[in-house]
Ligand binder design. Structure first.
Ligand SMILES: CC(C)(COP(=O)(O)OP(=O)(O)OC[C@H]1O[C@@H](n2cnc3c(N)ncnc32)[C@H](O)[C@@H]1OP(=O)(O)O)[C@@H](O)C(=O)NCCC(=O)NCCS
Length: 192
């Protein structure tokens, strides 16, 4: 069962996040604290939990993101921040998500992604971005962001793990830009 997170789920989500990332090849690198910071600092989030036999076994979080479009010379806008509209497009970023190690590879992650995207599509969300494994996200309609000439701004992270899924009927609108997750995710596009 996939349902929206409620305050009574917060402790279990924190524990789940720590355990899922600790068991992954990358280890736990503060994702549980990142989730708390996103909850505090982002005006709009979508947070869903997967429940099996009264236990939280999965969690997914979406938070506001922007694509700062580029002008004909490839130069971005001079202002940035969550309130900028103008040529910037508002959408959502998917991160983090986790499924408890005891419940992985049973499709729970897929159910969380699909239900999240379904709800965002219904709300008219214009795009969703995600950084992750190239074999996983395309099955949900994500395409390499490079196909849209959209780049992420995290130093040291390759562009080919960055994906974009346009909302329904939004395919034509992406013609280059810099994607920004909320600043809570850290510095992006520094020096560009
Ligand atoms: C990523 C995660 C949420 C997937 O949850 P899940 O319920 O196991 O996912 P599903 O059952 O829907 O799908 C499993 C598929 O994802 C693939 N997959 C998931 N993460 C992967 C990764 N890091 N590398 C390679 N493949 C991965 C598996 O190979 C599997 O593919 P298959 O179905 O073709 O065999 C879970 O593995 C997890 O919590 N990992 C630790 C935290 C993490 O890395 N989160 C993602 C980054 S925010």
């Amino acid at each position: 069962m996939i349902i929206p997170e409620t305050p009574e789920h917060l402790d279990a989500v924190r524990q789940l996040t720590i355990e899922a990332f600790a068991a992954s090849p990358f280890g736990h690198n503060g994702e549980a604290d990142l989730i708390d910071a996103i909850r505090e600092q982002c005006a709009h989030t979508l947070s869903l939990v997967a429940i099996e036999e009264d236990r939280i076994v999965g969690h997914i979080l979406f938070s506001p993101a922007e694509i700062h479009t580029l002008d004909a010379n490839g130069v971005g806008p001079t202002v940035s921040g969550p309130d900028v509209l103008g040529p910037n497009m508002l959408g959502m970023g998917l991160a983090p998500m986790s499924v408890h190690p005891s419940h992985q590879r049973r499709g729970i992650g897929a159910m969380l992604v699909k239900e999240g995207l379904r709800r965002l599509d219904e709300l008219g969300n214009r795009f969703t971005i995600v950084a992750g494994h190239p074999e996983y996200y395309p099955r949900f309609g994500f395409r390499p962001a490079q196909e849209f000439s959209v780049s992420h701004g995290f130093q040291g992270m390759p562009q080919d793990v960055f994906f974009l899924r346009p909302g329904p009927s939004q395919d034509d609108e992406f013609s280059g830009g810099r994607a920004h997750y909320h600043s809570v995710f850290g510095p992006q596009h520094e020096g560009s």
